[in-house]
Design a protein around this ligand. Structure first.
Ligand SMILES: C[S@@+](CC[C@H](N)C(=O)[O-])C[C@H]1O[C@@H](n2cnc3c(N)ncnc32)[C@H](O)[C@@H]1O
Length: 208
């Protein structure tokens, strides 16, 4: 289990979340940001190529050493500086009200307590700062949601704790963010993959 979680999952994630469609959505998620950005679940740095030059630095939070190793080449090639500032989004070593933007992509599914992580993001954002997210989560279709619940135990074991049915927009609002834009979409693919591909692409702000 240790080797699977520590060695295989980060490499599989790096490959599976690198389709043309997902790259396009990554660009849409981070392409308009500026200033200091904290990114939780930085992984192998797959968003890095899409940060615009207006981003001054990315404060990365990532527990996986393998993912960090995979990220090294992207970090070296990036004009935007990256600083690894911690391993757990549930307790950020970042000053309160200090960053302009926060980012999470395909990570709120895996963090054990996403409410605590979101509260931390709210704390470190400056008032008026934006949280931008691209996540998979609870599908509105009852039969897909049923399958998400059924598959959760297996998915959690295979994918390092990933849960399929988190209601991302609700979690973000419950943490105290003011909801902004939200676009839901289903990734294309066979019916059997629907439980894995219901996406939430959105923004929310820290109330001033
Ligand atoms: C499915 S991967 C997504 C990686 C990357 N964000 C992406 O879009 O490709 C989930 C990431 O969350 C990280 N993660 C897991 N628990 C975490 C935590 N408590 N705090 C921060 N990151 C965490 C994992 O190590 C992994 O890199």
């Amino acid at each position: 289990m240790g080797i699977w979680r520590d060695e295989v999952v980060p490499r599989a994630t790096d490959l599976l979340l690198d389709t043309a469609e997902i790259r396009r959505l990554r660009e849409e998620t981070v392409g308009g940001l500026r200033g200091d950005v904290v990114e939780v679940g930085f992984g192998s740095g797959s968003n890095l190529a899409f940060y615009p030059p207006e981003v001054r630095r990315v404060l990365a939070v990532e527990p996986s050493e393998v993912a960090a190793r995979l990220a090294a080449k992207r970090i070296a090639a990036s004009p935007v500086p990256v600083e690894l500032v911690g391993a757990d989004a549930q307790g950020l070593s970042v000053e309160s009200s200090s960053v302009d933007a926060a980012v999470s992509t395909f990570t709120l599914c895996t963090i054990p307590d996403p409410g605590t992580a979101l509260a931390e993001l709210l704390r470190v954002l400056r008032p008026g700062g934006t949280f931008t997210f691209l996540e998979h989560g609870l599908a509105p279709c009852a039969s897909v949601a049923r399958w998400q619940r059924r598959l959760n135990p297996l998915q959690g074991r295979i994918a390092a704790g990933c849960q399929l049915d988190r209601p991302i927009d609700r979690l973000v609002a419950e943490a105290g963010f003011a909801p902004g834009k939200l676009r839901n979409l289903q990734l294309p693919g066979p019916l059997a993959l629907r439980p894995f591909g219901y996406l939430y692409l959105g923004t929310a702000t820290k109330p001033a």
